[in-house]
Design a binder for this molecule. Structure first.
Ligand SMILES: Cc1ncc(COP(=O)(O)O)c(C=O)c1O
Length: 391
């Protein structure tokens, strides 16, 4: 058995990217605009059934543009789930606004409608409602959209759907990313499809999409010289990278099927271990299973999230803790936070007990077996293979 490094979620090229990259080179469209960018935007729209899309340099840039388009500015408040990557919240700070963090709920790990309602009621009483609510579909699982959208409507607050991790997921047959006023995708190297780095902002509001394109291109006024009346950004995606995206998007459904298959193998092999819990899909949803996650209840088994991750690392396998909640980040230690209920903080429990397992679509079945056997060896239910290092 080899001891080659197994990565969490490496890029997986389809082989179709080269043609589009070659087109960009042949036509000399080596710029942050061009035919691949236009086509990629249209293809994203077709795939998720949105009216408009702007391809940008990162998912973070797309969130920033969404906040800017919603008029979020200094002194405003924006709600954000606490259990997410920091990129969901950083653009709130870019705008000079303040994040308020909302706990997870246990069924999807996403923003908790109960905590959200508590926060909104308190804000309404104070007369200071948030300017926007960011909702994240963590690890590919859609948030409880109906409950969240009902609250957004009741309080008249626009939702930004951070679907960076959930391209290809659906909720009641509707694509992830299409529930909010704005949806955000990331094409970072570790995502289900990649452009090496990139992102997209989508919306059915075509005027807003036009404005996003303007803001992302340094807000250049329609004048015969360089004239700028408002602040802009250099956020457009390169035509070369959009070519990679086109070749990747052609195989998105295969990629979703493969991630789901990888999840099924882990679940089949590990779910009978006492204390190991996998996340089921909500009824009528399809998760792209971007990363397989599992929680380990230390009271039920000898192992813990830490011992498993340490052992994986010693065996050249990359696993990760679930995101560290943002309300625990030193950067945000002064921000308000609303928990699931008075005595229970779901996100902290998930951080303590949750790990992400290698889930890349190019994960070889023998490599996945290596991951599984390594975990089984930690909990003492499989033969320790000769070259396993168990602490
Ligand atoms: C939930 C979430 N939001 C936002 C981002 C930011 O995307 P990007 O890395 O493309 O800026 C990521 C991933 O990187 C993410 O996982």
């Amino acid at each position: 058995m080899t001891n080659q490094r197994i990565l969490l979620s490496p890029p997986h090229m389809s082989g179709r990217e080269q043609k589009y990259i070659q087109d960009a080179f042949s036509s000399n469209w080596i710029a942050p605009l061009g035919p691949n960018v236009d086509a990629f935007e249209n293809e994203i729209c077709q795939y998720v059934r949105a009216d408009g899309a702007v391809a940008v340099s990162s998912g973070t840039a797309a969130i920033h543009l969404a906040l800017s388009l919603l008029g979020v500015e200094k002194g405003d408040i924006v709600y954000c789930p606490t259990l997410t990557f920091i990129a969901s919240a950083n653009p709130i700070i870019y705008q000079g606004a303040k994040p308020v963090f909302i706990d997870s709920e246990p069924d999807t790990w996403n923003i908790c409608p109960i905590a959200l309602e508590k926060a909104l009621k308190a804000a309404a009483n104070k007369g200071k409602l948030p300017k926007a609510i960011i909702v994240v579909n963590l690890y590919g699982h859609c948030a409880k959209m109906e409950e969240i959208l009902a609250l957004c409507e009741e309080y008249g607050i626009p939702m930004i759907e951070d679907a960076a991790e959930s391209l290809g997921s659906t909720y009641k047959n509707k694509a992830a990313g299409t529930f909010g006023k704005f949806g955000v995708f990331s094409f970072n190297g570790n995502k289900i499809i990649t452009t090496s780095g990139g992102g997209a902002l989508i919306s059915n509001d075509l005027e807003a999409i036009k404005k996003a394109r303007f803001l992302a291109t340094q807000s250049r006024d329609p004048a015969p010289f360089y004239q700028h009346s408002e602040i802009g950004y250099n956020y457009r995606l390169s035509n070369v990278l959009a070519g990679i995206g086109r070749g990747q998007l052609e195989v998105i459904e295969e990629r979703v099927d493969m991630r789901r298959y990888i999840y099924q193998v882990y679940e089949r092999e590990l779910s009978s271990i006492r204390g190991f819990n996998f996340l089921n899909e909500l009824e009528n949803t399809r998760s792209n299973r971007w990363l397989t996650t599992v929680t380990i209840d230390e009271n039920e088994t000898e192992a813990s999230a830490k011992t498993i991750l340490d052992t994986l690392a010693k065996n050249n396998i990359e696993g990760r803790h679930v995101w560290k909640p943002l309300h625990l980040q030193p950067l945000f230690n002064e921000c308000d936070f609303y928990t699931h209920n008075e005595n229970v903080c779901i996100s902290e429990q998930l951080f303590q007990s949750g790990i992400c397992l290698p889930s890349g679509t190019n994960l070889d079945i023998n490599d996945q077996r290596r991951v599984i056997n390594c975990i089984k060896a930690v909990v003492g239910i499989s033969e320790i293979e000769d070259n396993f290092i168990i602490q």
